[in-house]
Ligand binder design. Structure first.
Ligand code: TMP
Length: 218
């Protein structure tokens, strides 16, 4: 019997309001059309316990959360998500399409809050071992455009309440991640018309599907 080909782990990143949800729904239709077994999840969250941790992170409260608590909660949620959902799915050949993952930690807790990349590296290694996304789609747009869209959605969460400079730092940190690992990232300009954005996304996904099918038949 041939060995099960692992599912591909695809993550989607970006600052607030860049269109992650719309485009993840689009990616899902492409995977369905290609008959690729997949699940869609998100971080922080993805399991009942991890969703409770998400609430702790995003709901605004009187007491301010210190940077290290925030970082540890993000990784606590991630450990649970990996162990109970992501790793079993990938091992069964199921693709995981995840709305944010550890690049968001480098961007928000690193770039935004100012925690060192070394600290994040250590937790990444502890929690994930060698697991990294196979491909990360970064939807990139100037921060003011996305913030206007996020604001139009209603009450702002604890992160969305941050100032523009926080998100400029988040975006810069994402772009530094891309410069460090250009092969893993696909950057799509989220300012373009939706049809153009989705044409670009479809191309990214097509090459991932080809890699996977090559593995199945190889
Ligand atoms: P959302 O925009 O996908 O709803 O994510 C909720 C917030 O969580 C978002 O503002 C970014 C933040 N976040 C972090 O700060 N660090 C992380 O590692 C992740 C995954 C999300």
């Amino acid at each position: 019997m041939s060995e099960q080909v692992r599912g591909r782990f695809i993550t989607v990143e970006g600052t607030e309001g860049v269109g992650k949800s719309t485009n993840i729904a689009f990616m899902r239709t492409l995977l369905e059309a290609a008959n690729i077994p997949h699940i869609v999840s998100r971080e922080p969250g993805g399991t009942p316990l991890a969703e409770e941790i998400r609430n702790l992170l995003v709901v605004p409260r009187e007491e301010s959360m210190c940077e290290l608590s925030e970082l540890l909660l993000v990784f606590a949620a991630r450990a649970q998500h990996l162990k109970t959902l992501i790793e079993p799915a990938l091992a069964k050949g199921v693709w995981v399409l995840c709305d944010r993952f550890t690049d968001a930690t480098y961007a928000y807790q690193g770039g935004g809050r100012g925690l060192s990349a070394d600290t994040i590296d250590q937790l990444q290694n502890l929690v994930q071992g060698s697991l990294r996304p196979d491909c990360t789609l970064l939807l990139d747009a100037p921060v003011d455009i996305g913030m206007a869209r996020a604001g139009a959605r209603g009450a702002l969460d604890r992160f969305e309440q941050e100032k523009l400079t926080f998100f400029d730092n988040v975006r810069d940190a994402y772009l530094r991640r891309v410069a460090q690992e250009p092969d893993r990232f696909a950057v799509v300009d989220a300012r373009a018309d939706l049809s153009v954005v989705q044409r670009n996304i479809a191309q990214v996904l097509k090459s991932q599907i080809e890699l996977y099918q090559g593995g199945q038949h190889g």
